[in-house]
Design a protein around this ligand. Structure first.
Ligand code: SAH
Length: 356
């Protein structure tokens, strides 16, 4: 694994940020998070036991298979259009896509594959898993015709957030400043009251509000595509239902939480996804929001228990591992409740199991 950019090197992102802040003043959290994650993902494969964190598709093949099953089901319900595209946002190691495509093929669904991926290092890993995938830097270059089957797991949470903080002088953007050599949060100078929803304007001093214009932009574009071209989307992420006060920014490195300001570009920065706003954005574009439900409930509705049993019967020596993987994905005290899945279908598309 290439660990380029460690703190001793001259192109260390921390050093670049320090120079920038000394020369031109504090930077926004949005810029800090965006550039840190671009640097973080560019040069490494952070997934798995030997990396920094483990995701659902890396825990069990059942995750991708059930997603493939869901997509095949809506495709069949929608009259099996001949030309469809599978689109994955931030496909990581390509594991989810490989498992989902295998499951879809059993139902006669063999879409063209498109990956939206920014990381050179991960593209190399993905090409091993799904050699025929086509690449896109963002959604704008996806095919303009034919329905899209869009999947994203832990993609939105990696996009930059913006934070506002209430000060005695009103709302301000939260910025990153320097105290000696250390990065610290600071309130910006420009009044930001107009950017804060009206019922939050008089909040107590110190209140923090977190939003993600980057996530909103992805949702707006994605929903527009579904409304124009048809298709469906499943977006999995850790998150909550509505806007709440407080920062949810966190950094993970080597499976441990670390200080988000300690090592820019060397730890994975994420924030909880606020699904309520995303659903409203989707609905503003004439797509059907099927619902946002807990990952555990959705996987159970899709039949993860029967699948665990079938795989265990076929390979009894793996039964214990399969049960542990199932529990990790489904149980409320593990990933089952914190992680949610949001479902959307586009014009002329029907069905969508598991959303109650
Ligand atoms: N979906 C995978 C990986 C999750 S990690 C899994 O579940 O295992 C986040 C993924 O999003 C990585 O593939 C990362 O390179 C990609 N990513 C993060 N920010 C991105 C951006 N702004 N544009 C494109 N891809 C991005």
């Amino acid at each position: 694994m290439n660990r380029a950019g460690s703190s001793a090197e001259p192109d260390d992102l921390g050093a670049i940020f320090r120079r920038l802040i000394r020369n031109t003043g504090p930077i926004s959290l949005t810029q800090y998070m965006g550039e840190s994650n671009t640097r973080y993902y560019a040069s490494r494969d952070p997934l798995g036991q030997g990396g920094d964190f483990v995701t659902a598709p890396e825990i069990s093949q059942m995750f991708g298979e059930l997603i493939g099953l869901w997509l095949a089901d809506v495709w069949i319900n929608s009259g099996k259009p001949e030309y469809v595209h599978y689109v994955e946002l931030g496909p990581g190691r390509g594991t989810l896509a490989k498992d989902a495509l295998r499951a879809m093929k059993r139902y006669g669904l063999e879409p063209e594959v498109h990956f939206v991926e920014g990381s050179g290092a991960l593209k190399e890993v993905q090409q091993e898993a799904v050699p025929h995938a086509r690449y896109h830097d963002d959604l704008s270059t996806l095919p303009p015709d034919d329905p899209l089957l869009i999947v994203g797991n832990e993609f939105l949470d990696a996009l930059p957030v913006r934070q506002m903080v209430k000060t005695p002088d009103g709302w301000r953007e939260r910025e990153i400043a320097l105290q000696d050599d250390a990065f610290v949060f600071a309130a910006g100078n420009r009044p930001m009251d107009a950017a804060v929803p009206e019922d939050w304007r008089d909040a107590e001093d110190g209140t923090i509000l977190e939003t993600s214009p980057a996530q909103a932009a992805v949702m707006y574009e994605l929903a527009g595509r579904l409304s124009d071209q048809g298709g469906a989307a499943l977006l999995f992420d850790y998150g909550h239902a509505e806007l709440k006060a407080g920062s949810t920014l966190q950094a993970v490195r080597g499976h441990q939480k670390v200080d988000p300001l300690a090592m820019p570009g060397e730890a994975d920065l994420t924030a909880l996804v606020e699904f309520g706003t995303l659903a409203r954005i989707a609905q503003s574009r004439e797509v059907r929001w099927i619902g946002t439900v807990e990952q555990g409930a959705w996987l159970q509705a899709l039949g993860i228990d029967a699948r665990t049993q079938a795989l265990s019967q076929a390979a009894p020596h793996h039964a214990e591992d399969l049960r542990a993987a199932r529990d990790r994905l489904v149980e409320a005290d593990q990933m089952g409740a914190l992680f949610k899945v949001m479902g959307l279908t586009g014009y002329g598309w029907h069905g969508g199991a598991g959303f109650g």
